[in-house]
Design a protein around this ligand. Sequence first.
Ligand code: HEC
Length: 360
Amino acid sequence: MFLAILPVTRLPFPAAWLVRLLLSLWLFLPFPIHADGEVLAPGYQSLSFTAPEPGTYSLPDIGIAADGSVLDAQARDVSLSSLMAGKVSVLSFIYATCSDINGCPLATAVLHQVKSRLRKEPELAGQLRLLTLSFNPEHDTPEQMRLYGQNFQGGGVDWQFLTTRSEQHIHPIVEHYQQAIAKKFDDQGRFTGTFAHNLRVYLIDKHQHIRNIYSTGFLHADTLVSDIKTLLLEDGKPFAGAAKPDSTFDLLSTVINPPLGLPPLPVPENNPVTKEKVSLGRKLFYDRRLSLNGTMSCAMCHIPDQGFTSHELATAVGVEGRTVRRNSPALFNVGYFPLLVSRWAGVNLRATNLGAVAGA
Ligand code: HEC
């Protein structure tokens, strides 16, 4: 289905017609399977749930979107940050000859869908910039990128197809974005022109902070459009993220006087709940350093504003877009769970932290 992003309009008439027919038939298949038997990523299908209403949720601040020196399709030197300035940007790394159906073509296809969706909303479209950056500058010259991108131009959304002067220029950029890529070599050690890479698409806000990273299983136009609109709605407001709520609930008093007729909380005798432990637990709940690569906090899956679960996902998505089989459950009353409280009573610090969090 690489055809989905080929310049269909430039094919001779019967071929273009056939491609369109095949594409429309393919869209109605219940389980889209690629000719090689490879299952197509969700981005090629309808979303199995309704994307959340923009502005009803917040996107965490994942970190600064790095700058870098790139070349636009007219071979002009530009900085990534000047392209991102003042706009919400969606950045994807590709190489023009990539045929991994769930890789670069998916990124381009989904960006194309996003662009088409925003066609009817010009005031939003003008605030968005799509950036497709090649990590294969040897082959993908500005002219190649211009050809690659020429069928995606117009329609109100600015879409830049970029490359770099050399591998030395792209290297620090992909490094910063942790976009792992590796050239593939044949038995004789010759570069095959293909790369091993994982698809990653970055949503970047107007202040040049990364606010979402989509991998193959998670990249879909519906959610991307909702996320873009959510960022645009955020204007003027401080980063919402999974930030601490302004008014902090007095957890300690609920431990001392459980509300709603709940029984007393099982607090281990050797580990009493104190104000300090509650505030440490709260701090840790929002601390991304607790995750494998320092990007995710508890609050990003167990979102306080959403009842400590995540309304916008069917299953939780962890570091690097890895999905697990269940969604994050709400964390109500977990302070009563024996496994989390009494069984850990001997493990002082950990029991303390979790006890305080669980008390949430
Ligand atoms: C990637 C998303 C994610 C992150 C980050 C995360 N959780 Fe969870 N959490 C889950 C999922 C999914 C489950 C359900 C696991 C299962 O039952 O298979 C869960 C289960 C739990 C439960 C059990 C709730 C119950 O009703 O059984 C607790 C308590 C909990 N998480 C606390 C935390 C704390 C504390 C942190 C931070 C240190 C954290 N979680 C970080 C997704 C996440």
